[in-house]
Ligand binder design. Structure first.
Ligand SMILES: [Zn+2]
Length: 332
């Protein structure tokens, strides 16, 4: 997201210093957040980390100056560069390029604007470092539980890599997408972003359906069942059309392919059948065997999914930088 900087909001008299570690007495430039917090840093490091800042320091008009970055008057004799991002985002961003511990927000919603800022200022190494630190953290910031929310937030901020990751996880969650699944976050999506995700699901659903309809013939699941049944004195009381594989397994696979079941519903379908039919064979299936079959189903779905890079990311118009309005950086 880009935002126009309101010059009246960047009032030197009201600004406060962030403090350590961005408080060096030798600093030669001040980075000011939109909520008037000043970070005292070094031009050299900023210029090395970002071609956008390098241009500014070399008096070359940047596409971002004037509509994203504002060059304010000086404070304590240092030039002040006003950014549209708030204190938390600027802090995290600067930790990715200065020799201090990297601070990565603990939620994807909070991390996304930091990644977007690093992308906007073309801080390639800083962006990589933030992504590496985020993926190395104990908790994954993009999970199956927040995949749709993460997709909306990633698209809104123009983050192709994160949008692709989230899109792939929305498929694991369910093959059927409903508009209401998005909740209020749908406001963050452009029409093309919604269409891209729908199209992606359609392609995966088609591949999964084709594969799952041939489940007993094409996967090791059928071998597993045959091995299990060979050692069993019982047979499922309700076999499928092949006369051996339990019908509930085939129906469940088809329901997953049709989008009416999630993969995780597999266990519930098994329990329902075993209890309702008092099926000695299905009641007797060990936890270990069920886990293998469950993983087999999951792997089969994954194998049907195109790679994450195949996701057609659409840059939202919301993320586009407004037309050039360049200002001379004469006082830098
Ligand atoms: Zn059975």
């Amino acid at each position: 997201m880009t935002a126009h900087v309101d010059p009246t909001k960047h009032d030197t008299a009201k600004s406060v210093d962030f403090g350590a570690p961005f408080d060096s007495a030798n600093a030669d430039v001040i980075i000011r957040s939109s909520d008037l917090v000043d970070f005292r840093v070094f031009k050299t490091t900023l210029a090395q980390a970002s071609p956008v800042f390098e241009d500014i320091f070399h008096h070359i008009p940047s596409a971002l100056v004037g509509n994203v970055i504002k060059l304010d008057r000086t404070k304590d004799g240092l030039p002040v560069i006003c950014l549209p991002e708030g204190r938390a985002v600027v802090h995290s961003l600067l930790t990715s390029i200065f020799p201090v511990p990297v601070y990565v927000p603990t939620s994807f919603r909070a991390l996304a604007p930091v990644l977007a800022a690093a992308q906007r200022y073309q801080m390639i190494n800083g962006l990589s470092l933030l992504r590496i630190c985020a993926s190395a953290s104990d908790t994954n910031l993009i999970t199956q539980d927040n995949a749709l929310e993460a997709y909306c937030v990633a698209c809104y901020h123009g983050l192709a890599e994160e949008a692709s990751t989230a899109a792939a996880l929305t498929v694991n969650q369910s093959l059927a997408l409903a508009l209401e699944d998005f909740g209020e976050d749908i406001q963050l999506l452009s029409g093309p972003s919604i269409f891209a995700l729908w199209n992606y699901h359609e392609r995966i659903l088609k591949a999964a359906r084709e594969g799952l309809l041939n489940l007993k013939a094409t996967t090791s699941t059928s071998q597993l069942w045959q091995t299990t049944m060979a050692g069993s004195r019982h047979k499922c009381v309700a076999p499928g059309e092949d006369g051996t594989t339990p019908a509930w397994l085939i129906q469940c696979a088809r329901a997953i392919a049709a989008g009416t079941h999630k993969i995780s519903d597999f266990r519930l379908v098994h329990i329902k059948h075993a209890l309702k039919s008092h099926c000695p064979f299905c009641i007797g299936i060990s936890e270990e065997t069920l886990a293998v079959v469950y993983n087999d189903l999951k792997e089969h779905i994954s194998a049907c999914m195109p790679s994450a890079s195949a996701f057609p990311f659409v840059r939202s118009s919301l993320t586009e930088v407004p037309p050039l309005i360049c200002r001379a950086a004469s006082h830098l």
